[in-house]
Design a protein around this ligand. Sequence first.
Ligand code: SF4
Length: 135
Amino acid sequence: TVKKCLVSACLTGLYTRYDGCIKYSRPCMEALAPYHWIPVCPEQLGGLPTPRPPAELIGGDGFQVLDGRARVLTRNGEDLTEAFIRGARQVLLLAEMMDIDLAFLKSGSPSCGTTPLAGVTTALLQRHGITVQEF
Ligand code: SF4
């Protein structure tokens, strides 16, 4: 059987990026070739629109957001923490429903990033034993 994985929707060229641009990652698409892949955008799943204001992790990483010790804010101070956590939980739910233990996620995102800071979705998936590969 072909192994399943999740992938950040924006890496596949879907219209999910905060800035409304459509891009895709050729290296990621090549890495996905052996898999059945399911695109997900945690920020859209959390209820946010596209395009949307850029947001950043404030006071810690995604793990600390999950623990209530850091927040996700836009530059003008709007607090999007709840939407980010809701979206992360939706992605985890899908991974569990589909019995998926691998995710290819977009670097540098407050949801999907691994470096320089773990995003909120990355943190929740890793806490549940799902391997996150950064692209
Ligand atoms: Fe959505 Fe993650 Fe891509 Fe941001 S990085 S657009 S949250 S899939």
